[in-house]
Write a protein that binds this ligand. Structure first.
Ligand code: F6R
Length: 263
């Protein structure tokens, strides 16, 4: 795992956007895995800015979102389809037909889950997966106890997640109890992953994910098995990491390599 600690969420989001933009420029038909929630908002704003002022072209991009609440139609203001439309898709030139968000109203979730996996496979697999993390260490909606080999399926939200997401719905009672989510195994198959976390409330989950043992109780920790993960943090979310000075050293070495100071 490469751990990059930036001074703030703004800097971290800009760093992440630069990495996404580099991939899009190199591979205009890239398959992106997208996340919702508060964490990627500044990253999406930066991508929108790059599209509008630098011509970053999304016209051949395909996207797959991680998850969706069960029971919410795409038009519901709290549905993740609506979130993506409002916070990214309608501001860039992505072809909406190439955007995929799991269907929160599928009737047969088992069949639907495998269809979603097939769609990802047929598109060529996810080149670049953007992830946030829950306070309980979940990635997508893979709550503690989720199988580390899991695929897209139904998941019951944990009480912490319901409490955390109540801020978007008004009350905890209004938060759906079920979601359809990519599995940990699905995420591990992406070619590259960026995990973003900002704020002190994520510090414990980040320490467990990056430095703790791999355990289904913190599904983010499964990323230790991923071949190419970049973790982008702000000072607060990095505050419980034990090996902070080493991560800074690695970044310094990267900087020197890139500037040609080290041959
Ligand atoms: C959202 C998702 C979740 C969130 C996580 C953090 O698509 O997959 O894992 O990334 O719950 O949410 P925020 O960013 O709102 O703190």
């Amino acid at each position: 795992m490469r751990v990059i600690i930036e001074p703030s969420a703004e800097h971290g989001s800009q760093r992440a956007a630069a990495i996404v933009a580099q991939l899009i420029r190199k591979k205009p038909r890239a398959i992106l895995g997208l996340a919702t929630g508060g964490t990627p908002l500044k990253l999406y704003q930066e991508l929108i800015r790059m599209h509008q002022s630098e011509g970053l072209d999304f016209s051949r991009i395909t996207s797959f979102n991680l998850d969706e609440y069960v029971g919410l139609p795409p038009t519901h203001p709290q549905s993740y389809r609506h979130f993506m439309t409002e916070n990214l898709f309608r501001h860039i030139n992505i072809d909406i037909r190439n955007t995929h968000v799991p269907d929160g109203r599928a009737l047969d979730y088992e069949t639907y889950g495998s269809q979603y996996e097939t769609m990802i496979d047929e598109a060529g697999g996810i080149d670049f997966q953007i992830l946030g993390i829950g306070r309980d260490g979940h990635i997508a909606f893979n709550e503690p106890g989720s199988s580390l080999g899991s695929r897209t399926r139904l998941k019951t939200l944990a009480p912490e997640t319901i409490r955390d997401n109540a801020r978007f719905f008004g009350t905890a009672e209004d938060v759906p109890r079920l979601a359809i989510t990519m599995g940990v195994g699905t995420i591990l198959e992406s070619k590259k992953c960026i995990l973003l976390a900002f704020g002190k409330e994520k510090a414990e989950a980040i320490a467990a994910t990056v430095e703790g043992p791999v355990t289904a109780q913190v599904t983010g920790s499964a990323l230790q098995f991923h071949r190419d993960v970049v973790v982008i943090l702000d000072e607060e979310s990095a505050s419980q990491l034990q090996r902070r000075s080493y991560y800074d050293e690695v970044e310094e070495a990267h900087r020197r390599l890139q500037s040609g100071e080290v041959k």
